[in-house]
Design a binder for this molecule. Structure first.
Ligand SMILES: Cc1cc2nc3c(=O)[nH]c(=O)nc-3n(C[C@H](O)[C@H](O)[C@H](O)COP(=O)(O)OP(=O)(O)OC[C@H]3O[C@@H](n4cnc5c(N)ncnc54)[C@H](O)[C@@H]3O)c2cc1C
Length: 359
């Protein structure tokens, strides 16, 4: 079977890797260079902590296991000794709050509730007014660009061809299956799927010693992730990186592909981070960047065959979780294409769930 994957972001790369491993003849096409789309903007968190029980959490748990399974091979592909591999860190995630409302929200999560003292043991530099938190040991972090590059290199080793700077306008005629992995741009292929960009800004600090040990975020982030509001939403998300800079997010707003910096959003991010970790007040911001999350109206990724267009498959709409969810998405696509029993129920992710498509 000849499979063409459109899009060389982390999701397209994972689809290519999983399909090539099964012996399918894979070609990957991308109009840009490597990780030219949203993957180049992702912070790289692999989270279960921000998912409610249901299909997305199931996909996240499967993906979490696959990241661990694929790690050694992906490290080999991009060089572990010389380049540090894909930098998969099993750091764990900590959601914190300074309100009793936040504590109630955390009690509804699957995390291990931790009191004020235990929070400070996990993160000694947190602000003094934090009441408590929920800890998720499964949460991890990866370097997204390296991970996507490693998956593409792994696919190539299994015979795949990767062609960058190649724009696709129509479905390639020579493929038995074409996978639309174009992320926030996914609505371009013929059918009216409700996937659109949701912009996010990140602040990047000067390099620091390892002062923040886990992925740390405020309980309000859970509400922002679940909300579909078009207006600006900010909640505080802070984490270190192996290179030293601390990444500070996260904003969410639906303003199309507008790349104009939003000063209000950037100011709120900085203030939120300093309120969580007071030492950050004296740390310099070196740069900011933005990206466009592929937002699906019902907050679930779109994975599976197109109900109207023969040969067309979809793998997109992962919004703010595409890095984390990529391996299980690739595996699901490969299972469905080869007729293998899928590791989880594909129905909730089917493109046919949207009335626009089913009509
Ligand atoms: C600020 C920010 C922080 C984030 N943090 C995280 C995080 O911590 N953890 C997490 O899991 N996720 C995070 N995300 C979300 C994550 O980055 C995305 O869900 C993920 O990168 C989507 O990957 P993708 O492969 O679907 O899309 P993309 O990476 O956008 O890839 C799509 C590719 O398709 C190509 N393309 C488009 N149209 C065509 C065409 N016609 N022909 C050929 N090629 C085409 C593009 O060039 C692009 O390379 C974050 C996003 C943002 C914006």
């Amino acid at each position: 079977m000849r499979v063409t994957v459109i899009g060389a972001g982390v999701v397209g790369a994972a689809c290519a890797y999983a399909c090539a491993q099964r012996g399918l003849k894979v070609t990957v096409l991308d109009r840009g260079g490597l990780v030219a789309g949203t993957t180049g903007s992702g912070e790289g968190n692999i989270l279960v902590s921000d998912k409610e029980p249901g299909p997305e959490l199931d996909l996240a748990l499967r993906s979490n296991a696959l990241w661990r399974d694929w790690e050694a091979e992906l490290n080999r592909q991009v060089g572990y000794d010389t380049a540090g591999g894909i930098q998969l860190e099993r750091k764990g995630g900590l959601i914190v709050t300074r309100t009793s409302r936040g504590m109630r929200a955390l009690a509804a999560t699957t995390g291990e509730l931790v009191d004020e003292r235990a929070v400070r043991e996990l993160e000694p530099l947190l602000a003094a007014d934090i009441l408590g938190g929920a800890f998720f040991p499964q949460d991890m972090q990866v370097q997204p660009a390296r991970a996507a590059a490693a998956m593409l290199a792994g696919a190539r080793e299994h015979g795949a061809e990767v062609r960058l700077r190649t724009e696709v306008r129509d479905l390639p005629a020579d493929a038995d299956a074409v996978i639309n992995a174009t992320g926030a741009w996914a609505a371009q292929f013929g059918i009216a799927l409700p996937v659109e960009p949701r912009r996010g800004f990140i602040l990047v600090t000067e390099p620091l010693p390892l002062l923040i040990r886990h992925k740390v975020y405020s309980a309000e982030y859970l509400e922002n992730v679940a909300s579909g509001d078009a207006d600006l939403q900010t909640s505080t998300v802070v984490e270190s990186t192996p290179g030293g800079p601390v990444l500070i997010g996260a904003t969410r707003e639906r303003v199309g592909f507008d790349a104009t910096p939003n000063r209000e959003a950037l100011r709120k991010l900085a203030a939120g981070a300093a309120a969580l970790f007071p030492f950050l007040t004296d740390v310099r911001i070196m740069r900011t960047y933005h990206g466009f999350r592929p937002y699906a109206a019902d907050h679930l990724p779109v994975i599976g065959p197109d109900p109207l267009t023969p040969r067309l498959w979809h793998a997109h709409g992962h919004e703010g979780a595409g890095i984390g969810l990529a391996p299980a998405t690739g595996e699901l696509i490969a299972d469905l294409l080869t007729g293998s029993a899928p590791a989880l129920d594909p129905a909730p992710f089917s493109p046919a769930r949207f009335p626009e498509v089913a009509a």
